[in-house]
Each structure stands twice: as structure tokens, then as C-alpha cells.
Design a protein around this ligand. Structure first.
Ligand code: SME
Length: 167
């Protein structure tokens, strides 16, 4: 059974605890679907002020909805569209302090005010993105970016992505 203890301390302390937890949670399991599902739940239940956490995966040249926690979301996002598609097109993390000011932001939950999207790369190829939304403006800063990119790295290293690589 997985127990969420309340971790006191600054943001770095809480993220370091999360990084240990996800390492432990993924230990001995390489199935991509199981690992993405557990990571989505872990992120959603660990981070405060978050209304959506999950994944979009590349399939036939577009992003398709994967495991997530939060309200139902749009299923397909073209590369270059929205925050997720921009993260793929630019091949870099998108940190959006105010989604209302991001041209082309795709609103899946009207409550969302800020968002971070991290591209997931396997052997230099983007296989999908990690997307986290918040109802609070400016919820994510450079420190969140650093730790969430580290989180994505742990997930990438612990998982067998071969079933997704030809899509
Ligand atoms: N806001 C995203 C779409 C996905 S939802 O937030 C879950 C975007 O603009 O790409």
C-alpha cells in the first residue's frame, strides 16, 4: 500500500521526497502504461494546487491522451498547437505563468490558470509530454521545472519504451 505522508519543509525538501518515492514506486517495473499511470496519480496526489497531471504520447505524428488524473481532457493535440504541442515543436519545457496570455492555449479545464509541460525524450526522440495544470496563476517556477524534469528523467530511465518507439 502506498501512503502519502505530509512532508513539511521547503519546496526542495518536498520534491526530494517525491523523487525518492517515485524511484521506489517504479522499482522492478518497466511497463510503460503501468508506470505512466502510477506517475500521474503520484504527481496529482503529491503536488498542491494541481487540477490535472498526466501524459500525452506521440502517435502517428500527433499527441494522443495517455494516463492522467483530473477532469477528462481533449484527446488529440497537433504538434505546434497549445502548450503541449509547443513543447514538442520547440523541444523544450514550457512554463506558462498565465494560460490566458498563452496564444493558442487549449483549455481542457476552465479552472486552469498556469501550466508546465515537459517533453519526454528517448534516444533523442520525443515520445510524449508530461503536462501539469494548476488553478493558481504562477504555480510553477524554475525550481518546479528543475525537479519535475528530474522526475521525468527517473520515469524515462525506469521504463521500457520500446512498444511506443515505432508509433
Ligand atoms: N492545456 C493543454 C491541453 C491539455 S490539458 O491542459 C490537459 C495545451 O494547451 O496544450
Amino acid at each position: 500500500m502506498f501512503v502519502f505522508e505530509e512532508i513539511k519543509g521547503d519546496k526542495a525538501t518536498r520534491y526530494q521526497h517525491m523523487l525518492k518515492q517515485i524511484t521506489h514506486l517504479l522499482e522492478g517495473e518497466t511497463d510503460w502504461l503501468a508506470n505512466l499511470a502510477n506517475a500521474a496519480s503520484h504527481l496529482y496526489n503529491s503536488l498542491d494546487q494541481v487540477n490535472w497531471a498526466g501524459f500525452y504520447l506521440m502517435k502517428n505524428g500527433e499527441l494522443v491522451l495517455g494516463p492522467f488524473m483530473g477532469k477528462p481532457a481533449c484527446v488529440r493535440i497537433a504538434v505546434g498547437k497549445g502548450v503541449c504541442g509547443t513543447a514538442v515543436a520547440k523541444d523544450e519545457t514550457q512554463l506558462v505563468e498565465d494560460v490566458l496570455k498563452f496564444p493558442g492555449h487549449i483549455a481542457c479545464d476552465a479552472a486552469t490558470r498556469s501550466e508546465i509541460v515537459i517533453p519526454l525524450r528517448v534516444n533523442g526522440k520525443i515520445i510524449g509530454v508530461l503536462d501539469i495544470d494548476s488553478p493558481a496563476e504562477k504555480r510553477f517556477d524554475q525550481e518546479d521545472k528543475k525537479y519535475l524534469e528530474e522526475y521525468a528523467e527517473i520515469l524515462l530511465k525506469s521504463t521500457d519504451w520500446s512498444p511506443l518507439l515505432d508509433q
